[in-house]
Design a protein around this ligand. Structure first.
Ligand code: ADP
Length: 508
């Protein structure tokens, strides 16, 4: 907001009057707005407004929050003004702002007919004393602070219309300046000012004593306003540049994803034919019983399966990034899945012994294959990163509505600072001595899969002492198990049939 010096100068005379005890005489049809920074200032201002009214025999109506009523009463009492006698004589009427507001608000807007009837009636009764009426109203400020700016402006209009009734009254509104901070309020702020015949700036300006001080304050405000305008323009320019840069980065990201997806698809075809040829070769060589050649073929198979896994991981990652990774949800027995997976991985390795402990007795709703993929990843990592150990322990348990599977190894471990980062895409812990094969995407995929199932995946580890990866999944509620439909069961069976066809990923 830019405050023009003209406008400020126009306020200054009135405000100067306001601060001279007893000098303020609101005109009968005046609609004044006071902005304030602190409640203390509002209470003093309102107290003065009431005291002046009572001293000149006017009828005062104060529609304020409970807290403000209390504070202004205390303030006036300290000034020697007791509101109770005035209240008894009908010269002072205190109304609760929220209660009064709710009496005429309909569907978030002040209802004109209700407002005129309720507030008009109150003013008419006050005017019946035969003295001028002055009103302090805080309902507009409540609406404003509530974020209902349109209703606040509408209510200001209704007050203005009401002031044209046969009992004109002076109306005093107050808004906390804090409710107008930000460029987005500029237009509404100007509209609020427009709805008032007199605008009083907050205490930063109005507490200044002399004209000279006020002129200085205006000059400072002008300087601040133009600096702020410049700053806002500069920030906007930077924001625009940032937006362009972000769009370019997004485009690059999209191209990278498209490339990964295309490259993985392209790689799949030659690998499928290589697999076919190795199978044909195996059949032909089987009869010749050449053990050495068959061993080479086995090794080729292992390498081909490794390649297949890498490609399918790459495909998964590109699907995740484009939100295309589909899940086939079924209800299944978690213990059975873990047992099966452990057996399959164990069958493919001779270096480690995988021990399975405990059980969850849990039924899980989710994509069985994808969850199996997570466990395979944790197990193959446990084996890969514990080359000198011989044991991996898988533990199962259920607690607090969730099933937990943990995989513990006694390998190289992970630094505490890196325990979070290993779940990031392409992140690998640098090892100065050994190099371990991999792309740093397995855990990212696993984490995403578990999160998509409403679970958690994390690691507790100590460098050199091994790691334990924990994975929790929400247990299926009893009702859901009972209502498990045929469709779901059929889908489960279909998934299992498909799974049997799929290649076992743990072929190392
Ligand atoms: P990678 O293909 O490199 O194994 P992952 O995403 O599975 O990719 O793992 C990311 C990184 O986390 C690994 O490169 C490794 O540094 C670390 N890591 C994963 N599992 C273990 C583990 N059991 N022990 C030690 N470090 C591990």
């Amino acid at each position: 907001m830019t405050i023009t010096p003209n406008r400020v100068r126009a306020f200054s005379h009135r405000e100067h009057e306001y601060h001279q005890e007893g000098a303020h005489r609101p005109h009968r049809s005046e609609h004044t707005v006071q902005f304030y920074e602190t409640d203390e200032f509002l209470v003093r201002s309102l107290g003065r407004f009431i005291r002046e009214g009572l001293e000149t025999g006017e009828s005062c109506i104060v529609v304020a929050t409970g807290a403000h009523h209390q504070r202004v009463e205390t303030y006036l009492l300290a000034q020697g003004v007791d509101l109770h006698p005035a209240s008894k004589q009908g010269a002072y009427l205190a109304l609760d702002a929220e209660e009064t507001l709710s009496a005429f608000m309909v569907a978030g807007s002040p209802d004109p007919a209700r407002f005129t009837s309720i507030i008009g009636d109150i003013i008419e009764r006050a005017a019946a004393r035969g003295h001028p009426v002055r009103v302090f109203g805080e309902m507009v400020a409540l609406l404003w602070m509530d974020g209902n700016q349109a209703a606040a402006i509408e209510l200001e209009r209704l007050w203005n219309d009401l002031r044209d009734n046969p009992y004109p009254f002076a109306l005093f509104c107050a808004y906390a300046m804090g409710g107008f901070v930000g460029n987005k309020y500029s237009a509404a702020f100007a509209e609020i000012c427009r709805q008032h015949s007199s605008v009083i700036p907050d205490e930063n300006y109005t507490t200044l004593g002399s004209e000279e001080e006020r002129q200085r304050a205006v000059t400072l405000l002008q300087q601040k306003a133009s600096s702020l305008e410049k700053e806002v323009a500069e920030r906007k320019a930077v924001e625009d540049q940032l937006r362009v840069a972000l769009a370019a980065q997004r485009q690059l990201e999209e191209r990278k994803n498209a490339f990964i997806s295309m490259a993985s698809h392209e790689l799949k075809t030659p690998i499928t034919s290589l697999k076919g040829f190795t199978q044909v070769l195996r059949q032909r060589l089987q009869t010749q019983a050449d053990p050495q050649t068959l061993l080479f073929l086995d090794r080729m198979d292992v390498q081909l399966k490794k390649l297949t896994n890498l490609i399918s991981d790459l495909l998964d990652i590109s699907k995740m990034q484009t939100g295309m990774l589909a899940f086939r949800e079924t209800i299944f027995d978690l213990d059975e899945l873990v047992r099966e997976t452990v057996e399959n991985v164990q069958a493919a390795i001779t270096t480690h012994h995988i021990r399975l402990r405990g059980e969850t007795q849990a039924q899980i709703a989710g994509d069985r294959d994808r969850l199996g993929q997570v466990l395979i990843n944790l197990l193959t990592n446990a084996i890969k990163y514990s080359p000198r150990a011989e044991t991996v322990i898988v533990r199962l348990r259920s607690y607090d509505g969730q099933a937990e599977v943990s995989v513990q190894d006694f390998g190289i471990g992970i630094d505490r600072e890196q325990c979070e980062r290993i779940f990031e895409q392409f992140y690998q812990v640098a090892d100065p001595v050994h190099t371990y094969p991999g792309l740093g995407i397995g855990l990212y995929i696993a984490h995403t899969i578990i999160e998509r199932h409403g679970g958690r995946l994390w690691v507790e580890s100590e460098k050199g002492a091994g790691s334990t990866f924990y994975c929790t999944l929400p247990l299926l509620k009893n009702g859901s198990v009972a209502s498990s439909s045929c469709e779901q069961r059929e889908s489960h069976n279909a998934t299992r049939r498909e799974k049997m066809k799929r290649e076992n990923r743990a072929d190392e």
